[in-house]
Design a protein around this ligand. Sequence first.
Ligand code: GLA
Length: 729
Amino acid sequence: MPIIYDSNNQSFNLMTKNSSYIICILENKLLLHAHYGKKIYDLSNVIDTVYEAGGAFNPVDSDIERKAFSSDAAMLEYSFFGTTDLRTCGFNGVFENGTNYVRPYYKSHRIFDGKPKLPGLPATYTEDDSEAQTLEITLKDDVLNVEFLIRYTVFENVDAITRNIEIKNLANEGFDIKSALSMTVDFSDKDFDFVHMFGGWARERQIQKIPLINGGQYVDSKRGSSSHHHSPFMALARKNANETCGEVFGFSLVYSGNFFAGVEVNSGNISRAMMGINPYNFNWRLEGGETFVTPEVVMVYSDKGFGEMSRTYHTIYRTRLVRGKYRDSHRPILINNWEGTYFDFDEEKIVNIAKKAKETGVELMVLDDGWFGHRDDDKSSLGDWYEYEKKLPNGIKGLAEKIDALGMKFGLWYEPEMISPDSELYRKHPDWCISVEGRLQNYGRNQLILDLSRKDVCDYIKGFLTDMLSKAKISYIKWDMNRNFSEVGSALLPKDKMQELPHRYMLNLYDILEYITTAFPDVLFEGCSGGGGRFDAGMLYYFPQYWCSDDSDAIERLYLQYGTSMVMPATTIGAHVSACPNHQVERTTPLSTRGYVAMCGSFGYELNPLAISQEVLDEMKEQITLFKEIRDVIHYGDMYRLSSPFEGENTCFSYVTKDKSKAVSVYVTIMGRPWPGSHRLKFDGLDENAVYIDKDTKKEYSGSLLMNIGLPVCDCKDFESRLFIFEKK
Ligand code: GLA
């Protein structure tokens, strides 16, 4: 059984294949945290490991017999601000009497098979109750009449534990939630590196690693979306941890809005990992009888380094977060006209692009920005989702029919959450955008954000999408979002609920996405936010793939896709071959390298096939044939990062089928050196007792040779690449 309640020791042991997570109930009914890490089987006297006497200036908990116990100095299972824990806590509220005082005690628990849905929020799921077990612990403050439900689901075989909390106000009067983090986990020491990903537009998810210090360290977003700047992910890694060994604890939040992910180390060196909705610009008025549900955190423990942590995330997110038709089936190979034409296109040009692309084997033609209102640049028309007649005389319906007649699928770009000041929609509904009445409005990419806390706005979005998807043959939607929040205000929300806008926005966005993806289950949705600005686990529940970055340069993509692969599986990473010189960094790279790097994701093209030579078109054709041959290994196999662009002058992404019968490795040199000598690339994840045939040279090598001696590679030329395909004999 993955979850054991040991009544003698008043403890819970949550066990995955390789880890234990242990909670104790202290005699005064406070919950303590004993352990997260390697598996423990016997919990006898585990309480002795967590009992903590405080020192001077740690307030003493007076509801416990033992002398000098202080919550402030202890490892707590979940932390509540207002009494004796003076650190940053998971929960902080302001109650009827104007104070923060809350002290919930253990009341009951429930263990059951399966995993309940989180109302209105994206979350991992089970298909069968036998796949996971759930523990719900109820704590209650009897004086306030408020309950806190702490929920854990153990995916035993996947090696992951999810958790979230729910706050139920059973009283008549309301209170303000100032902070409701989804999780706090206390570790008994601080010998960790804090690993997170930061970035910006066109350089998302760059990896950063810093040693923990006493005090606080965090990443967050206050931008209304998880954003380009930080990712709702962090890991605590032991100092010796690398790709293949050492302990790593991963925390990934299934949420797309403002978030907080951080660690506070107290002076006794207890490290508190925390994650959830960002308390900074948050307040939630919880009226009597209401419940507040926090998003879930997916926790992964690995004692085999970052590689194993990522493989676990890939498995759970690919199979139990992503949903729908495309979860397990091949995505069509697409061409997107954005970098090929930008706003300069008409129906004829798009049909000609599709025709040419079709000759190479491309399966889906995606029409990007500029097809609606009177949009010739990024200064107008968002919100006016009717066709721009000058460019599309036969409308989207007519164009989609022409593409269909070519034997291709058709896809369309939308930016449904936005409104241009120069639009019919804005002229009709100036109060539909997020803004503060009577104050200066500021723009991002010349646009404003629709106020999704309003029902009429959400109905409008559902309406235009439903109309278009019902009338035209559309197989794919690219859902973009091109600015962050500023001047957060709504014309409709009362002032005591104004601070709720960002979370209400997110809940209603999830509702729209649920509605539209359910109504059109055959449509493939690809998320986008100026590239990968909102590429988070929350979005994957609705979008099986996400445009990784607006930087399509193959070398920049090594960094981007390396960082992204910390958590995201290859199927979800939108990656395209674009033209050279590259439009973002003006670099020229071999087409083969651009192809191999894009094949490490959800593969496609983003160029104008009418503007390239027959030679290039022929190579595209070969790439598509090759991709079809290897995509199952890349998409459904296990990923091994053999070398990192953040650490050297080359990168190698390697993928091995679950049965270890086939492997594909993409090796890219970043900067070449004259006569650098060759070094050996050691493969990983193979069957050491098997013999593999190198598909290219037809030579045979044992798995143990490939993994322990390796094959020579040379970083002689900038941006050169090699593809290895091994098949078990
Ligand atoms: C964003 C997207 C791009 C493209 C443009 C269109 O920047 O990330 O891929 O769709 O918008 O305006």
